[in-house]
Design a binder for this molecule. Structure first.
Ligand code: SF4
Length: 351
């Protein structure tokens, strides 16, 4: 079934944005594709308020694409530490190198070329091309899917290919002939500030009169949610090896969870602790204590981390891929949130 786009959708939205949209975010009021691109990547799966301080620190350290391309990946990950979804940071770094190598450092201007860079999907490419170069193109991120599904009464889980195809067709049919930058921002703002997932503020919405979900009392049903899969449970043991004020961190493999980040080493729960300590780290335990388990949920599974704190007095030696750091330096390294939480516990109990 095809859905006819409302002729006034774009005009309503643009008029609404002039008065009620967001105009002063740190990545707005610029045509610099680098700054826009970094913001779009950070904003994937992350709220504006959480992104702002990360964005500002990132831009202060990497003010342009060549500074990012030349930086060690560890520095990039350290600035991303706590923001989650670390593949975004690794892709950003790789894409910066591609732009320097393949485009002589000039960010590509067409969405079709931008989309060929690592970590950039169709919607993000269209947003960067619209904001930086005024290119006419549709966006369809999670917020926009919700707005369109509600406004036009499109049922079905938006992650399904057939539903997604309809939403893309609709997003394209709705595009205005001019003011693509304002329209694109307005669509994002409406989804983020008015047509919220839990409680849409229909009374303040410029689409109220034409919105199918609002008119038919189906805002809670649309967009259709995915049937919840039961996530598998996994467990791991983190070894918190401490000597004096220093702890041992190990670099994780580049792929897999927390790829490329520094973490406490994972050890085999079944194997004899003293043997593992000697063979892998060349130390002996003086004292050991099991700490409170920590729960962490990933997209595909729940992880229970059982931290085992071990104090050693053996002289410090680190092998490749390992580093001994003070608690403060460890906090400044590229570490995932779970490791940061454990470091906070250590600062209180095991100084
Ligand atoms: S009227 Fe309500 S449900 Fe419809 S787009 Fe606006 S906020 Fe969303």
């Amino acid at each position: 079934m095809s859905i006819s786009p409302h002729p006034n959708f774009a005009q309503h939205l643009i008029a609404w944005h002039k008065q009620h949209g967001r105009h002063d975010l740190p990545w707005q009021n610029t045509r610099d594709p680098y700054r826009i691109w970094v913001s779009e990547i950070m904003l994937q799966q992350t709220q504006v308020a959480a992104v702002i301080p990360y964005y500002q620190r990132f831009l202060a350290r990497f003010p342009d694409i060549s500074s990012l391309a030349l930086a060690p990946i560890d520095d990039v990950l350290a600035l991303w530490s706590g923001l989650g979804y670390y593949a975004r940071a690794r892709n950003l770094h790789t894409a910066a190198q591609w732009v320097v190598t393949c485009y002589a450092g000039n960010f590509p201007q067409r969405a079709i070329d931008i989309e060929s860079l690592p970590g950039i999907g169709r919607s993000t490419a269209a947003a960067v091309a619209a904001f930086a170069f005024g290119e006419q193109g549709a966006i369809l991120d999670g917020n926009v899917k919700r707005v369109l599904a509600r406004c036009f009464g499109i049922a079905g889980y938006p992650g399904e290919q057939a539903v997604q195809k309809r939403l893309w067709a609709l997003a394209e049919a709705l595009l205005p002939e001019t003011q693509i930058e304002i329209y694109t921002q307005a669509l994002m703002d409406l989804g983020a500030t008015i047509c919220a997932r839990g409680k849409p503020r229909c009374d303040h919405c410029p689409m109220q009169a034409l919105c199918v979900a609002h008119q038919t009392g189906r805002t809670a049903e649309l967009p259709t949610t995915k049937l919840k899969a039961v996530l598998p449970l996994r467990e791991t043991v983190f070894l918190i090896l401490q000597q004096g004020g220093e702890v041992l961190l190990e670099k994780r493999p580049a792929s897999g969870i927390w790829g490329g980040l520094w973490s406490f080493p994972e050890i085999e729960p079944e194997a004899i602790l003293q043997t593992q300590l000697m063979q892998r780290f060349g130390v002996e335990a003086q004292r050991a204590k099991a700490l409170e388990p920590l729960a962490h949920t990933f997209t595909h599974f729940h992880l229970t981390i059982r931290p085992l704190w071990v104090e050693t007095t053996t002289p410090l030696v680190s092998k490749p891929g390992q580093v001994w750091l003070t608690l403060e330096d460890a906090r400044g390294a590229a570490i995932p949130t779970a490791v940061r939480k454990l470091l906070d516990q250590l600062s209180i109990h095991y100084r």
